[in-house]
Design a protein around this ligand. Structure first.
Ligand code: VAL
Length: 375
């Protein structure tokens, strides 16, 4: 009954989904052609996420289209990291642009409103950076290839305990964002499970610039470790202010911290930040080296985790389109669900039965102003 409902909605919304004779989706011996919508955080305080993501997508698009089996046209929309703008973009992509699938949006907070809408309309959607708990569980059409906090944070905490013999922690998190809240839940649960004493739990809001109250309290309690769930713009300012106040203990950050922007903003204050990631650009792997080289040549900087996940995501989409054999939303959904053992620059990738990620993280630490493998 699900398919009937979704095609009804699509029909009433745009008068037919990829009708026969449509210039898209032909596969008669040639390439499968498809319009793929992209919703990305391209402007505003978190724009470095979207910049990396769209760079990674464009690089993959060039390579994929060059191979001739699949021809992808990317229709890119800016969400500015806002739920309402992300939803408007999704509606435009689904209804007037009539895309076969969507990549994005960038933030879990955005996916929380866009995912249910795409699912209802029967449009497959894949987050490349959405790491909060529960994203693929939104519905059958919702996927992600980003490493969830639930896998990343426990790995980081384990390493920090092992390395620093940490016993007491303070937690600091943004309480007005789906991802920062979810990251906090995961941190709290992991800390409890690992027998860490939680000295205090402090909160902040998006766009906050002064963390003196929270950090003063944390400093007085003398934690061995600070667990912080934040996007990079708030996260970097928190680290900067903490170091200025003389708090020099390591931080364990969630996925929001896994951007070179943290180092650009906080400078040396970012040293001692531990994050887990599926992407490490210094890996001795031919695919990784080729990607890093091409990316640097094209964009004049090294790719970060957001670029790498987006790059692999478009390859996963292309593989699914090829297997589907046509630019059809339901066929693409089914083909995505069947992706197993995909070999990308992030290593071997599979979706589990809920469309969530099966992958192993690497733990990194910022030392001397750069992300290094944390051994
Ligand atoms: N991973 C985060 C989220 O899910 C950000 C950093 C993109 O919202």
């Amino acid at each position: 009954q699900f398919t009937a409902l979704s095609s009804l909605l699509v029909l009433s919304a745009c008068g037919g989904n990829q009708a026969a004779g449509d210039e898209d989706g032909e596969s008669s011996g040639g390439a499968v052609k498809a319009d793929i919508g992209v919703i990305s955080y391209i402007s505003g305080p978190g724009a470095a996420y979207g910049e990396a993501i769209t760079n990674g997508l464009k690089l993959a698009q060039e390579e994929i289209n060059g191979k001739g089996e699949v021809e992808i046209n990317l229709v890119i929309e800016d969400s500015a990291g806002k739920q309402d703008q992300a939803l408007t973009a999704a509606q435009k992509l689904m209804n007037s642009e009539n895309v076969t699938g969507i990549i994005g949006p960038t933030l879990s907070t955005e996916m929380n409103v866009v995912g249910p809408e795409a699912d209802l309309n029967g449009v497959p959607i894949m987050g490349t950076s959405t790491t909060a708990e529960g994203i693929p569980q939104i519905g059958d059409y919702v996927f992600r290839n980003s490493l969830p906090e639930a896998l990343a944070i426990p790995a980081s905490i384990d390493k920090a305990i092992e390395k620093y013999d940490a016993k007491k922690v303070a937690i600091l998190y943004g309480n007005d964002d789906v991802f920062t809240k979810s990251g906090f839940d995961t941190m709290k649960k992991a800390a409890e499970e690992k027998g860490l004493e939680i000295l205090t739990i402090e909160t902040f809001q998006k766009g906050q610039s002064d963390y003196n109250a929270q950090l003063t309290k944390i400093k007085g309690l003398k934690p061995d470790l600070i667990l912080a769930s934040a996007l990079y713009n708030e996260g970097a300012v928190i680290m900067d202010q903490a170091r200025k106040m003389g708090i020099d203990v390591p931080f364990v950050g969630g996925n929001g911290f896994n951007s070179p922007e943290v180092i650009n903003i906080a400078g040396d204050a970012a040293n001692g930040l531990i994050v887990a990631t599926p992407w490490y650009g210094e890996k001795e792997d031919d695919k990784v080296k080729e990607f890093v080289g091409k990316y640097e040549e094209e964009y004049g900087k090294k790719p970060d985790q957001f670029a790498a996940q987006a790059y692999d995501a478009l390859y996963i989409m292309a593989e699914a389109l090829k297997n589907a054999g046509e630019a059809d939303r339901d066929a693409l959904r089914d083909a995505l669900a069947e992706i197993q053992g995909f070999n990308g620059i992030l290593g071997e990738f599979s979706f589990d039965e809920e469309g969530d990620v099966v992958m192993d993280p690497t733990v990194l630490v910022i030392e001397g102003g750069a992300f290094k493998e944390f051994n």
